[in-house]
Design a binder for this molecule. Structure first.
Ligand SMILES: Nc1ncnc2c1ncn2[C@@H]1O[C@H](COP(=O)(O)OP(=O)(O)O)[C@@H](O)[C@H]1O
Ligand SMILES: [Mg+2]
Length: 263
């Protein structure tokens, strides 16, 4: 479970005082697939940074699996990120001098884990790049580079994966494939996936949409897919018992709002 509790983030630059997030609260159950949407400048990237423990709020708390990230030192947060968190950036951020396979192996090698090669090959196969292992980022298309970045983010089997506009630099069709891939990895790995996008069509493919405007949550609702839409047939995203989870999410949505009002 990931919980944002009354998160507020302010920036001060001399005379300027800017409130970027105001009193943001929600709970995301383990294994959920959630989209955060909102216009440019509404605070999405800032929020993701707080949730991932990359940054600290001015007020409020981020609780991941019962642990308060905001009460931790920078070193402790870095360690926790290494254990539990994956992050996919809009600009891919692959290492240009390493091949696709080497890029995916890096996080495991940094942790001194054995079996990095096999795991990297397995994940790159999963994202459809089995025949591109030895290619460098410059030899791959944008969509392929983003798939490498997703394979890399999943290589540590994170409890929770954050993706900040992972389809932002891609054409519509490629973007839809990237979201389908996140959906599949979410379903199969049980990792929570929190996706930022300003493409509402893509957001509707997740289970729940949290909408920000000017740093405030203005909407938090289950999507049609989460409550048994057309994709929820046998073999669909929720055919393996997770459907129940999705339905609980949907039922809980008003409760979340009530909880926020109580807080
Ligand atoms: N380090 C910072 N210092 C000052 N202002 C910032 C900083 N980071 C973000 N902001 C401001 O916070 C607001 C929200 O930014 P951001 O979270 O990147 O929005 P989004 O990802 O939704 O486009 C913007 O007005 C941005 O300029
Ligand atoms: Mg952003």
């Amino acid at each position: 479970m990931l919980e944002a509790r009354n998160l507020t983030k302010e920036f001060d630059s001399g005379t300027h005082h800017l409130t970027v997030l105001r009193d943001v609260s929600f709970q995301i159950p383990q294994g959920a697939l959630v989209a955060i949407v909102g216009p440019s400048g509404s605070g999405k990237t800032t929020l993701l940074g707080l949730l991932a423990g990359l940054d600290t709020p001015s007020r409020g708390a981020v609780i991941l699996d019962g642990v308060d990230l905001t009460a931790m030192s920078e070193d402790q947060r870095a360690q926790l990120r290494g254990q539990k968190v994956g992050f996919v950036f809009q600009a891919f951020q692959l290492i240009p001098t390493l091949t696709a396979q080497e890029n995916v192996q890096v996080p495991l090698e940094l942790r001194g884990e054995s079996g990095a090669e096999a795991r990297a090959v397995e994940l790159l196969t999963r994202v459809g790049l089995r025949d591109r292992l030895d290619h460098f980022p410059s030899q791959l298309s944008g969509g392929e580079q983003q798939r490498v970045a997703i394979a890399r983010a999943f290589v540590n089997k994170p409890r929770i994966l954050f993706a900040d506009e992972p389809t932002g630099n891609l054409d519509g069709g490629t973007g839809a494939k990237i979201v389908a891939l996140l959906e599949e990895l979410n379903r199969e790995s049980g990792s929570t996936v929190v996706l930022v996008t300003h493409d509402l069509g893509l957001a509707e493919r997740t289970q729940r949409i949290i909408r920000l405007a000017d740093g405030v949550v203005v909407e938090d609702r289950a999507t049609a897919g989460a409550v048994g839409g057309s994709e929820s047939t046998a073999g669909g995203p929720f055919s393996d018992g997770r459907r129940q989870t999705a339905e609980v999410d949907a039922a809980d949505a008003p409760g979340l709002v009530a909880a926020k009002e109580r807080a």
